[in-house]
Design a protein around this ligand. Sequence first.
Ligand SMILES: NC(=O)c1ccc[n+]([C@@H]2O[C@H](COP(=O)([O-])OP(=O)(O)OC[C@H]3O[C@@H](n4cnc5c(N)ncnc54)[C@H](OP(=O)(O)O)[C@@H]3O)[C@@H](O)[C@H]2O)c1
Ligand SMILES: [Zn+2]
Ligand SMILES: [Zn+2]
Length: 348
Amino acid sequence: MKDTYKAVEVCAPGVLRVVERSVSEPRTGQVRIRVEACGICHTDAATVTGTYPGLNLPRVPGHEVVGRIEALGSGVSKWKIGQRVGLGFFGGEDGVCEPCRRGDIVNCQNPVIPGVTGDGGYAEVMIAEARGIASIPDELGSAEGAPLLCAGITTYNALRNAGLRGGDLVAVQGVGGLGHLGIQFARHMGFRTVAIGRGSEKEKLAKDLGAHVYIDTAADDAAAVLQRMGGARAILATAPSGDAMGPLVSGLAVRGKLIIVGVPQDLMQLNAFPLVFGGRSVYGSLAGTAIETEDALAFSVLENIRPMIETAPLEQAADAYARMMQGKARFRMVLVTKDGATQSASVN
Ligand SMILES: NC(=O)c1ccc[n+]([C@@H]2O[C@H](COP(=O)([O-])OP(=O)(O)OC[C@H]3O[C@@H](n4cnc5c(N)ncnc54)[C@H](OP(=O)(O)O)[C@@H]3O)[C@@H](O)[C@H]2O)c1
Ligand SMILES: [Zn+2]
Ligand SMILES: [Zn+2]
C-alpha cells in the first residue's frame, strides 16, 4: 500500500488544490477509511471560504463520506477492517458538555466535524472517530449513498421528529441537495407533499421526485398558495436564503412548524402575528447522529429513495464545488476516488 494519498485541501480562502499527503495511523477510538465517494454539501462553502468559526487552514472539506475501513485504532471493537461505512457532519461528541450529559449528543457543544475540526472526505483516505460512523447497507452504492450521510439524515430527521401524521400537508422549500431528498422523504412518510422553488424549471423534477404540488415563487406567493390548500402542518426550509424563509410562516396552519435546516448568510425577518395568533413555531434542526443516519439509510432502502447525483473524479473537486455553488448540480455532486470507481465497476 502507498504511504501517501491524494487529498483536495482548501489552502487559502476560496482555493481548492490537489495535494499528496502522508498516510497516518488512527489513534485510540479512531478508524482510517479508504474513501470511495464524498458528496459536496452546500455547508462545505463555510470551509472553502474559510468562514466556519474556529476553522484553521489548510483543511480538507467533505462530510458526506462513504468508504471502507482499512485500519483500526486501539479500543475500537464495533468495526472491522473491510467494512463499508459512512460519515456525516456529526463526526462525534465530546461526551462531557451539558447537552451530551443530557443525551442530546447531536447538539454537543464541542463536536468533531469532518472537514471543519479535522480533515474530511475530499480525499482518498481519512481518519474518523469510530463513534461517529454509520454502517452502509449493501443495497446502496457508495456514490449514491454518500449524500444520505448529510443531506439525507438532515431532512429525514427534521421530518420524522416534527410530530406529523400521515396525510398532513408538508412543504419543502428549496429543491437542491437537501430539498430533493426532503421531497422524497416527505412523500414516502405519507405526507401531502408540496415543493417550493423559484422558477418553473424544476417543476417536473420535483414532481418526479414525489411532490404532489409545485409552487414557483417567481409566479406565486408560496404562503398564499399553502393557505388556499388549508395551511401547511410543517414547512422544511432548505434554501440558503433568510429573505425567502421568513414569509413562509404565513403559509403554516394553526400550530404549524417552520423547520429551518438551511443556514443562510442573511437574516430572517419574522411577522409575530401568525406566530402568536395560531401558536405557529419556528425552530432549527441539525443533521443527526450516526445511529439516526443508519435509520435514514434503512428507510431509503425500504422505500427505494435515492439521491439524484452527478459524479466527478476527486481531482476535479474545485469544478464540482463550483457547479454546486452555481446551483447547476442535479442534485448532488459526488466526488469519486479511484477506489470508488473500481468498486462500482466490479458491482456492475
Ligand atoms: N441543518 C443541517 O444540518 C444542514 C445540513 C446540510 C446543509 N445545511 C444547509 O442547508 C442549505 C442547503 O444545502 P444544500 O446542500 O441543499 O444546498 P444546494 O444543493 O446548493 O441547494 C440549495 C437550493 O436552494 C435553492 N434556492 C436558493 N434560494 C432560493 C429561494 N430564494 N427560493 C427557493 N429556492 C432557493 C437553490 O435553487 P436555485 O438557485 O436553482 O433556485 C438550490 O437548489 C445550506 O445553507 C446548507 O449549509 C444544513
Ligand atoms: Zn452537509
Ligand atoms: Zn458534548
